[in-house]
Ligand binder design. Structure first.
Ligand code: PGA
Length: 256
C-alpha cells in the first residue's frame, strides 16, 4: 500500500522560508534515491500556498495541502477560505479537525464533518484528525473517546468522494511533546478505527481508507509505525519543518 506522509507546518514559515524549503526539498526529491511508492503532501500556511507554484516542476511528485477549509463555497464568513479558493491554487488535500483547532478555535466534530464533507465533494483529499487528551489516555479511555469523535466527525457514507477520506490518529498528549505513542498502542487504536470505518462506511471503503499516525513522529521512529498493518503513514509537525529531516523521514518510512 502507498505510504502517505503529510507535513503540517502549522503557523510556521514566511513565504521566503517556504521557498527555501521547497528549493532544498526538490533537490532531495530529484536525487538518485527517488521515493517511489510514497504520497507526499506539504501543508504550508495559506499565504505560502502559491509559493509552491514556482517549484511545481521540480516537485512534481509532491502535493500541496491546506490546514483547514470552510464548509461553504462563499459567503459572510470573515477570516475563512473555501474549497474552490484552495482548488484554484492547486491544493489537493486539507487537514481538518486538528486538535489545535479544537483547543484554540472552538471547532467541534460536527463542524469538522461539514468541512470534511465539503472538501470531499469538492474533489479534495480530506484528512480528518481524531485523538484523545492525556487524562483520557491515563484513564484507559483512548479507544472510546477516539471512536466517539470519529463517529461524530465522519462525513456521511453517501458523500461524493468518500474514497478520498484519510483519518489521522493524533493523541493530543503526543503532539509536539516528544512523547510519541508506541507503534503497538497506535496500531491498536488504528485497528479500532478500521473496525468503525467498516461499520459506518461499509467493508470495502472502510478497509481501503488510509489511517495515519501523528504525534512526535521523527526519522528515528517512523519505520516502527509504518511496519504496522493499519498505519499507512504519518502526519508530521515539528519534523516536517526541515527539508532534510522530512525527506529522511519519508525515505525511512517508505522502505519495505
Ligand atoms: P508533531 O505535530 O509532529 O510536532 O508532534 C503533529 C501534528 O500536530 O500534526
Amino acid at each position: 500500500m502507498t505510504k502517505i506522509f503529510i507535513a503540517n507546518w502549522k503557523m510556521n514559515k514566511s513565504r521566503a522560508e517556504a521557498a527555501e524549503f521547497f528549493s532544498r526539498f526538490s533537490v532531495h526529491m530529484q536525487s538518485d534515491a527517488p521515493v517511489s511508492g510514497a504520497r507526499v503532501i506539504v501543508c504550508p500556511p495559506y499565504l505560502a500556498l502559491d509559493t509552491f507554484a514556482h517549484f511545481q516542476e521540480s516537485l512534481s511528485g509532491v502535493e500541496l495541502g491546506a490546514q483547514n477549509v470552510h464548509g461553504a463555497k462563499s459567503g459572510a464568513f470573515t477570516g475563512e477560505v473555501s474549497v474552490p479558493m484552495l482548488a484554484e491554487l492547486n491544493v489537493s488535500a486539507v487537514i481538518l479537525g486538528h486538535s489545535e483547532r479544537y483547543q484554540h478555535f472552538g471547532e467541534t466534530p460536527e463542524n469538522v464533518r461539514a468541512r470534511a464533507t465539503a472538501a470531499l465533494e469538492g474533489g479534495l483529499t480530506a484528512v480528518v484528525c481524531v485523538g484523545e487528551r492525556e487524562a483520557d489516555y491515563r484513564a484507559g479511555r483512548s479507544e472510546e473517546v477516539v471512536l466517539d469523535m470519529l463517529r461524530r466527525s465522519l462525513p456521511p457514507p453517501s458523500t461524493h468522494g468518500i474514497g478520498s477520506l484519510v483519518i489521522a490518529y493524533e493523541p493530543v498528549w503526543a503532539i509536539g511533546t516528544g512523547l510519541a505513542a508506541t507503534a503497538e498502542v497506535a496500531q491498536s487504536i488504528h485497528a479500532a478505527i478500521r473496525g468503525e470505518l467498516k461499520e459506518q462506511l461499509g467493508d470495502a471503503v472502510g478497509e481501503a481508507l488510509p489511517i495515519l499516525y501523528g504525534g512526535s513522529v521523527t526519522p528515528d521512529n517512523i519505520a516502527g509505525y509504518t511496519a504496522e498493518r493499519d498505519i499507512a503513514g504519518a502526519l508530521v509537525g515539528g519534523a516536517s519543518l526541515d527539508p532534510d529531516k522530512f525527506f529522511d523521514l519519508i525515505t525511512r518510512g517508505s522502505k519495505r
